[in-house]
Design a protein around this ligand. Sequence first.
Ligand code: FAD
Length: 276
Amino acid sequence: MIPPIAGRFVAGETVPEALEHTRETNERGIGVILNLLGEHYHERDPADADAETYCRLLADMAGTDLQACLSVKPSQLGLDVSEDVFRENLARVVEAADEHGRFVWIDMEDHTTTDATLDAFEHHAREHGDVGVCVQANLKRTAADVDRLADLPGKVRLVKGAYDPPADLAYEDRERVDEAYRDLLERMFVEFDDGIAVGSHDPAMIAHARDLHAEYGTPYEIQMLMGVREDSQERLATDHEVWQYAPYGDKWFAYFYRRVLERKENARFAIRAIVN
Ligand SMILES: Cc1cc2nc3c(=O)[nH]c(=O)nc-3n(C[C@H](O)[C@H](O)[C@H](O)COP(=O)(O)OP(=O)(O)OC[C@H]3O[C@@H](n4cnc5c(N)ncnc54)[C@H](O)[C@@H]3O)c2cc1C
C-alpha cells in the first residue's frame, strides 16, 4: 500500500486504484495519461511483462467512458535489451491500444535513446496515427527533430527535459532552456496542423502557448504531472484540454523520491506529512 505522502504523486499500486484515480480526475474535467512505473530493464522478461500489463490495462478500460490514454518508456519496453525487443513490445501495446481506440504516448529518455525512440514513433505514426512522442527543449538537436515530426501524423509533447545530457549536446542554464522551449513551441504552432502537447507546469510557457494559439490558431493541449500544480490543472481545464500524467504500480518509491528531491517545496511537503 502506498503511504499517503507518496499518494500525492502516484495513482496507486494496482489497476483498480489507478482507474479510480482516473475516474475522480475525469470528474474534474481532466484526462489521465496512465504510466506503469518501470524503466531500464536489462533483461527481456520484465519488459515483456510490462507490455503485457499495458495490454491488460487497455482491456480493463474497454467499455468504460474513462478519458484515459497511456504513456510508455522505451527502456521499460526493452530498449536497454535491444532495439528489436523495444519495437516488438511497443508494437504489442500500440496494436492493443488501436483495437480499443486508445492513444499511446512514448516518453523520451536520455539523449542516447532519441533516435531509436523517434524511429519507432515514426513507424507507428505512419501505421496507426494515434501515437505521440515527447521531445526535450534542452537538447540542441530538437529543432531539427521537430521539423522531421511536422511531416508525420500523431502528436508531439514538448518538455524542458528531465535528463542531464553532455554539455556539447544541450543547453544547460535554465534561461537558455526556457528560450529554446519558447522557440520550439512557436516552430510547432507554425509547422503543425494539430497534435501539440505543452508538457510543462511553467505558467510562462503556458501563457506563451496561449499567445501562439491566438496568433496561429493551431489547437494544443496542456499536460502536467499528478501532484504538481493541481489547482492550475483544474483552473486551466475550464477552457483548455488538460491531461494529467499519472504514474502507478509497485515501483513507486524511486519516482516519489525523484519528485521530492526535485523541489524544495515537495521536500517540505514530505517532511510535514511525516511529522504529522
Ligand atoms: C506530462 C509530462 C510528461 C513529461 N514527460 C517527460 C519525458 O518523457 N521526458 C523528459 O525528459 N521529461 C519529461 N517531463 C519532465 C519535464 O522535462 C520537466 O523536467 C518538468 O516538467 C519540469 O519542467 P517545467 O516545464 O514544469 O518547468 P520548471 O521551470 O521546472 O517549473 C516551472 C514551475 O512549475 C512548478 N513545478 C515544476 N515541477 C515541479 C515539481 N516536480 N513539483 C512542484 N512544482 C513543480 C514550480 O512552480 C516551478 O516553478 C514531463 C513533464 C510533464 C509535465
